[in-house]
Design a protein around this ligand. Structure first.
Ligand code: AHR
Length: 524
């Protein structure tokens, strides 16, 4: 006979079941998310140039936003706003793309040199038909790159220019010997030749850059690239105009026909929260539907990068040619009352999460993507800072770029992420996105995003190949509302805070990520 009567056994089973039920209702519904990081198996370098910026002559992106002129009441250095310079320096911007965009294919570099009062006034036909007085030209832009300690990325005119115009431009900037153009540069105040590596040959040449077909552009690209010379030790890195989104035929044709003449081909992808160019969706005052669809649209970057890269693998399996995602970011409807040609929009916590998840995608593909530029730095599209007269604020996206400086030139670490889904309506997306990297001092950095609008997420992180001593420098960016923004009255509403909602037990780290948040931390 058993030690227990069957009645006692049944009672114990019932009690046990009741206990389990009580426990499970007491524990908040936590998602089962796991992250495994192999800290001793670095993959490839995350090229810092993935963190590039883009400033076009568009709206108040340059004039008013970056440059106010030497005589302005707004404190400035050689015409560039001190407040904006100070903020942007925090981002350790590796390269700055200029002067466009669509503006580039109607720009003549000669318009922006010599005494300002003699410079011609042109019409900026793409962006609001406003006057372009050429107050900022090559010398101004190069001064800006010095002030920001960043590398110039010049986007040259192919659409309405000529190979000679472009060749002269390169000679003017980079030749250190005796030539009429190099001497003209000296007369205009710049003795030393500049180092200019990144050189774009055309921008959206299938659209605003000339409405070309891929075969025609391939030939034209080869012609221009032939006359883009390396002077005086300067080593040009030539970037061909790629397509946007999912036009894979263009990439295939251009890489097949002209791949030997380029260092990179571009890809542009804009996140339209509504997924519709005619009705992109607002940048402020929206609810969870627009929040969710914005994040979902942002994640499509992975598909585009993957598929363009796969095509490039056919012709370039060694991955010599890079994919330059030199325009990306959120593009919403213009702010009510603003000039629609100025592409002014607010910047919310949602946009910050589009930035962090996009940067995770670019990091993940950093064996092929070695250059990228968010559009655009100041006051235009998904900007880092907004200005209004003498006021300036840092956007939520600014803070993400500041968090991610830890990954610049660090080695990408393998990261296995098993996560819950964030479901909304009939759609679902992974609730968590992350990057792990190891820098030259051996410190591991993790950035992780919880995309869920309402649920915090617990993530169990198993760090392998490193004896973990401590977690430090942990910060979080989050907000209470899905459309939280910074305004000139409340510029710190979405700003970084210390993050301490984690526990470390040996090599096991448990993170509790608030809803709609990005964190950064260091593991040593
Ligand atoms: O960034 C705004 C515009 O978007 C750029 O000028 C153009 O290249 C793209 O279509």
């Amino acid at each position: 006979m058993s030690q227990y009567s069957s009645d006692t056994f049944t009672t114990k089973r019932v009690l046990c079941l009741a206990f389990i039920l009580a426990i499970s209702s007491w524990i908040p519904l936590q998602a089962q998310n796991t992250m495994v990081i192999d800290a001793d198996q670095p993959q490839n370098k995350i090229n810092e140039h993935i963190y590039g910026q883009f400033s076009e002559h568009l709206g108040t992106g340059v004039y008013g936003g970056l440059w106010v002129g030497e005589d302005s009441d707004i404190p400035n250095t050689d015409g560039f706003r001190n407040d904006v310079l100070k903020a942007l320096r925090e981002l350790e911007i590796p390269n700055l793309r200029w002067p466009g965009g669509c503006f580039a294919d109607e720009y003549n570099w000669r318009d922006g040199i010599g005494p300002r009062e003699d410079r011609p006034v042109r019409i900026n036909t793409h962006w609001g038909m406003v006057e372009e007085n050429n107050a900022v030209g090559i010398h101004g832009f190069m001064r800006l790159t010095e002030l920001l300690d960043t590398e110039p990325y010049i986007s040259a005119n192919v659409g309405s220019g000529t190979p000679r115009e472009m060749a002269n431009w390169i000679e003017y900037m980079t030749y250190d010997g005796n030539s009429t153009l190099a001497n003209l540069r000296r007369e205009n105040g710049q003795d030393e030749a500049w180092d200019v590596k990144f050189w774009g040959i055309g921008n959206e040449s299938w659209g605003c850059g000339g409405s070309m077909k891929a075969d025609y552009y391939s030939d034209l690209y080869r012609r221009y690239a032939t006359f883009a010379k390396d002077y005086s030790g300067n080593d040009l890195y030539k970037i061909a105009s790629g397509f946007s989104d999912d036009n894979y035929d263009w990439t295939e044709t251009v890489v097949k026909n002209a791949g030997n003449h380029m260092d990179a081909i571009s890809l542009h992808y804009y996140t339209l929260p509504n997924g519709d160019w005619g009705n992109k969706g607002p940048s402020q005052d929206f609810g969870e539907e627009m929040y969710f669809s914005g994040l979902r649209q942002g994640l499509r970057l992975d598909e585009f990068v993957t598929r363009h890269s796969t095509i490039m693998d056919k012709y370039d399996p060694q991955k010599r040619i890079n994919l330059a995602v030199d325009e990306w970011g959120v593009w919403t409807d213009p702010l009510p009352g603003s000039n629609p040609g100025f592409l002014q929009q607010q910047n919310s916590i949602r946009d910050a999460l589009v930035a962090s998840t996009s940067l995770d995608i670019l990091n993940k593909h950093s064996d092929r993507v070695r250059l990228a530029n968010i559009a655009q730095t100041v006051n235009v599209l998904q900007a880092m800072v907004l200005t209004e007269g003498e006021k300036m604020l840092k956007t939520p996206t600014f803070h993400v770029f500041e968090f991610y400086t830890v990954h610049h030139n660090a080695m990408l670490l393998p990261l296995d992420l098993q996560v819950e889904n964030y479901e909304f309506g009939d759609e679902s997306i992974p609730a968590i996105s992350a990057t792990a990297s190891k820098n030259s001092e051996g410190a591991v950095h993790v950035t992780a995003t919880n995309l869920h609008a309402t649920q915090s997420q617990e993530v169990t992180v198993d760090i392998r190949g490193l004896e973990v001593g401590s977690v430090s420098n942990a910060r979080v960016l989050t907000a209470n509302e899905v459309d939280a923004i910074n305004t000139f009255d409340n510029p710190e509403r979405v700003s970084p805070k210390e993050f301490n909602n984690y526990t470390l037990d040996g090599n096991n780290l448990t993170l509790r990520l608030p809803s709609k948040s990005v964190i950064v931390l260091q593991i040593k």
